[in-house]
Design a protein around this ligand. Structure first.
Ligand code: HEM
Length: 112
């Protein structure tokens, strides 16, 4: 295992966020959903929700919009065939917001 951790222990490929962000063209369109990286380049034409919504998220985190739509089980299965790897664990905090909560003591907690 290299120190750079380009793979998870079970062999899943890790992509850095900068690498993913560069895949935002018609030639290559990647999106992130729940920290998984999807290559949707060939799917753009076939997406029932249209190509535009995928293009808008190209190279970025589409988790919220994907979940907002309430995609079907079929859609989720379809999506799983497009997974090419995962966002590198060190970059995950860059696309997610902390959950802020107040404890009974009054202390403010931030969790990721
Ligand atoms: C790999 C990723 C995705 C797959 C495989 C996928 C697949 C599908 C499928 C099969 C449908 C038909 C309805 C259903 O079965 O739920 C659908 C609808 C839709 N999708 Fe996606 N989708 C993906 C990502 C996204 C993303 C990231 C967005 C938003 C940015 C999006 C927006 C929509 C919208 C708005 C519809 C509704 C279309 C309508 O009801 O007229 N999808 N998608």
């Amino acid at each position: 295992m290299s120190e750079k951790q380009e793979e998870s222990p079970d062999g899943v490929k890790y992509f850095r966020l900068s690498e993913i962000e560069a895949q935002n063209s018609f030639k290559s369109t990647w999106i992130i959903i729940h920290n998984k990286v999807y290559d949707v380049t060939k799917f753009l034409d076939e997406h029932p929700g249209g190509e535009e919504v995928l293009r808008e998220q190209a190279g970025g985190n589409a988790t919220e919009s994907f979940e907002d739509v309430g995609h079907s089980t079929d859609a989720r299965e379809m999506a799983s065939s497009m997974v090419i790897g995962e966002l590198h664990p060190d970059d995950r905090h860059k696309i997610s917001k902390p959950v802020v909560s107040q404890q009974p003591s009054g202390a403010i907690w931030e969790t990721w």
